[in-house]
Design a protein around this ligand. Structure first.
Ligand code: HEM
Ligand code: HEM
Length: 219
């Protein structure tokens, strides 16, 4: 039984009998608002960085290519900032009980999530280090960010290859993650995708009786 069911049960036990007539709020567990907002913000920023760097291969114009690369690096640095916020907000939030997290698939998903957090930190740092090792600055909204490594051609080659390999591994695993989310929604027909998409609905009470305190968000 989820903690939400337990809360609902406790609220029913302490409420007057008439309260049973009040429709219970939607009991679908969901991720805390901050976690959901940061999940989709990170997704949008990663998508921007990846589209920009891939579009670079399709343009002949050197100026446009450079602009796309600037979009890539700045979006990448923002991913780093959002990921740090995200890790903090995630540590402060419990995961909702949308499915059995002790089952093999649940453990595999947890490993993938851990890999995502590490990659969201490592990828931007590798890209940043690569540019610095090539002797180039990394800019964010026109401001030069501190150099994290000195100029070094061999190091630049290593960091470039690590950045590229990790980037494609990360994108392949994101693909699996998305397939997993769609499988839960369309095949298992459970609340896993919904828990990351929407806030809990709290319908207006049908009577003037006070609504029992069962609609607290799992934060
Ligand atoms: C989560 C963030 C990031 C992702 C997902 C990402 C992903 C990628 C991908 C897919 C490529 C193309 C690799 C290829 O051509 O095969 C790439 C290239 C590149 N990235 Fe990133 N990147 C990120 C962050 C950054 C950051 C923060 C910087 C620098 C500050 C950066 C600098 C570069 C550079 C310079 C290249 C071109 C490498 C080359 O020309 O071979 N990236 N990145
Ligand atoms: C850059 C792309 C993405 C990254 C890095 C990412 C990362 C993560 C992480 C780390 C979690 C664990 C929750 C947390 O700790 O915050 C998570 C959960 C989740 N993500 Fe993503 N995600 C991405 C894209 C997507 C997309 C496109 C979808 C939907 C099609 C999706 C659906 C979900 C769902 C449903 C959960 C909840 C899983 C559960 O409750 O076990 N994600 N994601």
């Amino acid at each position: 039984m989820s903690s939400l069911d337990a809360q609902a049960g406790a609220a029913r036990a302490h409420a007057p009998a008439a309260v049973d007539a009040v429709p219970m709020p939607d009991a679908t567990p969901h991720w805390a608002t901050r976690v959901r907002a940061l999940h989709w913000l990170v997704f949008a920023t990663v998508a921007t960085a990846v589209c920009a760097v891939l579009a670079r291969d399709w343009v002949d114009d050197g100026g446009l290519g450079k602009a796309l690369m600037r979009v890539h690096t700045q979006a990448g640095v923002l991913v780093l900032a959002f990921a740090l916020f995200r890790i903090v907000s995630r540590l402060a939030a419990r995961a909702p009980q949308t499915h059995d997290r002790r089952a093999l698939a649940g453990r595999a998903a947890a490993l993938i999530h851990l890999f995502f957090y590490l990659a969201l930190i490592a990828l931007p740092l590798l890209g940043w280090g690569y540019l610095n090792a090539k002797g180039k600055p990394v800019l964010l909204f026109g401001l030069e960010l501190p150099r994290i490594v000195g100029r070094d051609r061999d190091l630049a080659e290593t960091l470039q290859s690590l950045h590229t390999t990790l980037a494609w591994t990360f994108l392949a695993i994101v693909g699996l993650h998305v397939l997993g989310a769609l499988w839960h929604h369309f095949m298992a027909k459970d609340d896993v995708l919904r828990s990351m998409l929407r806030p809990r609905k709290t319908p207006a009470p049908a009577t003037s009786l006070p609504t029992p305190p069962v609609d607290e968000v799992i934060e």
